[in-house]
Design a protein. Structure first.
Length: 507
RNA sequence: GGCCCCAUCGUCUAGCGGUCCAGGACACCGCCCUCUCAAGGCGGAGAUCGGGGGUUCGAAUCCCCCUGGGGCUACCA
């Protein structure tokens, strides 16, 4: 067993004082929902402890950079309200917050040099071709793949010579392959991993950029990070990191490896499962608060039965010892339910603000732009408790903007009625509508209930035929709210058209 | 293959040795409310706590093995 003297006592309960945490994505594309969840847990720990949430860009792989992904990361985090206290755009006392910018400061090279001097690391000029040959040989003899330590014992002079001859040089860490690393993880407790199958890995690439292993440690130390919350995929790498901390003589942070998020078929969540990036959820009409709440509950629970909680409530309850260690399946149906909860809890003004962009995009072209906020607000009120996504807003209210809706006669005719009787009922309704005062919900409803009795019709049948005649739909908000919103004039026009079409059918 | 992590209703989870023949939520089914659809209310079905051994007076809870799932095994993060 290797006992790391620098290892702090960090059992499951260790969580004292303000935590400085960071979310450190690579700008290699859109922010995946798994990354968002990692960011969220970091954010929550910072909020819970009164600490800082830091954003850092890990762009040390120059080949995988994707144009525009930095802005997309910013947009995702801002949309969700995961505001950072220090970061590339706003700076902070421990910059730079972009790793590529830290290369020119020599920070990583200096760390690598220190590790070489301390004999924790060494330089290597093995070519990709040689590494490939080694791998093939290992495969053929069924050995674990990995670097064979060829350059471990070569002198620095030798490597310096190789470098001036124009060869590519990397720096590798010496891994003590007979030992075992034992450490505490805040969500998993004590973990032991053998060094046996970890080969001497690269910490400084030939282009002078560090790999993740070196870079994140140098930066975390510089930024005084106290807790590292990251995906479970990093757990097997912890022994490597422990080695670097030891070699550099710095104290390691508290580790918390979060469970991964899986798709419904238990495979890794990917594009083919639908929306996976934060921005896609935004575009599909989810509310950031709903996603925030839902994601917080994926892998963490508050310890009580209440599930719909606001941000402050979640943050005040969040602790690492309540984080689950098993992977969770992303249950989109439950997210939809939660989004509905949040939509219903919105004030009408907030709902209008949130829906406006979707209306701009989704309402028919003939509706004047920009969309009239005051016109649209009362319409949204009628549909609010029926919505699961904001994307449903345009379709829900567009019927109020159409000039003619022309529903099929058979749609208008209700149970136990025919074209003639329906036409007659609508005629009577039309008479009432023409002169009725006041044209308001309650009085209208009372009068039409009376009419149903007079005509010996079921209320549902009469209302139903009027509903289809005036909205073109069998399903719509409550009838008289709809008619009032439509206005007397439009209501009458639609009724007349419906009666005409029924008469044509009745012959 | 090797190493590591994990395992409670279909799904998210509560449970941290007795109060659990297992609680809540989503989804599902039924009833109520009701002008349609929702929302809401009430109720139901749904988990031999993956399997097998232990430890213990007593285990979903502790230990071991098996099985299953996931992760890692790059000059990617």
């Amino acid at each position: 067993m290797l006992n790391f003297s620098a290892m702090p006592a960090t059992g499951k309960t260790a969580q004292n004082g303000p935590a400085r945490v960071r979310f450190a994505p690579s700008p290699t594309g859109e922010l995946h929902i798994g990354g968002v969840r990692t960011a969220l847990f970091n954010y929550l720990l910072a909020k819970n402890t009164g600490g800082q949430f830091i954003l850092r860009l890990e762009d040390t792989d120059r080949n995988r950079l994707v144009e525009g992904s930095i802005d997309s990361i910013y947009d995702s985090l801002r949309w969700l309200g995961l505001d950072w206290d220090e970061g590339p755009d706003i700076g902070g006392p421990y910059g730079p917050y972009v790793q590529s910018e830290n290369v020119s400061t020599g920070a990583y090279a200096a760390a690598a040099e220190k590790l070489i001097t301390g004999e924790f690391a060494y330089e290597c000029d093995c070519t990709p071709e040689r590494l490939e040959r080694v791998r093939e040989r290992q495969k053929a003899t069924k050995q674990a793949p990995g670097y064979d330590g060829h350059c471990r014992t070569r002198s620095r002079d030798e490597l310096a010579e190789s470098r001036s001859a124009g060869n590519d040089i990397v720096v590798r860490l010496k891994v003590p392959r007979t030992k075992t690393a034992t450490f505490e993880d805040a969500v998993r407790g004590r973990v032991s991993i053998k060094y046996q199958d970890i080969s001497d890995f690269v910490i400084l690439k030939s282009d002078g950029f560090p790999t993740y292993h070196l870079a994140h440690i140098v930066d975390d130390d510089a930024m005084k990070i106290t807790h590292v919350l990251r995906g479970e995929e990093w757990l097997p790498s912890v022994p490597r990191h422990l080695l670097i901390y030891e070699g550099l003589g710095i104290e390691r942070p508290v580790y918390a490896h979060l469970p991964v998020i899986l798709a419904e078929d238990k495979s890794k969540l990917s594009k083919r499962h639908g929306a996976v990036s934060a921005l896609e959820f935004r575009d599909e009409g989810f509310l950031p608060d709903a996603l925030f709440n839902f994601l917080a509950l994926l892998g963490w629970s508050p310890g009580h039965d209440k599930e719909v909680m606001d941000r402050d409530e979640i943050a005040s309850l969040f602790t690492l010892d309540r984080v689950k260690e098993a992977p969770a399946i992303f249950d989109r149906t439950k997210l939809e339910w939660m989004n509905g909860q949040y939509i219903r809890n919105l004030s009408l003004d907030s709902l209008t603000d949130a829906a406006l962009p979707f209306l701009e995009k989704g309402l028919p072209a003939h509706v004047a732009r920009p969309v009239d906020r005051d016109r649209v607000r009362p319409l949204l009120a009628m549909t609010q408790e029926r919505m699961k996504y904001l994307t449903e807003a345009p379709e829900a209210i567009e019927l109020f903007f159409e000039d003619s809706i022309s529903p099929a006669p058979e749609e208008i005719i209700q149970k136990k009625m025919d074209a003639a009787s329906t036409a007659a009922a609508l005629e009577s309704s039309l008479q009432i509508l023409r002169g009725f005062e006041p044209f308001e919900v309650e009085p209208l409803e009372a009068r039409f209930r009376e009419l149903a009795t007079q005509l010996d019709l079921k209320v549902g049948a009469l209302f139903g035929s009027i509903r289809v005649a005036t909205t073109g739909r069998r399903i719509a908000p409550p009838l008289f709210d709809t008619l009032v919103a439509l206005g007397r004039e439009k209501t009458i026009t639609r009724m007349e058209a419906a009666i005409e079409s029924l008469k044509a059918v009745a012959g």
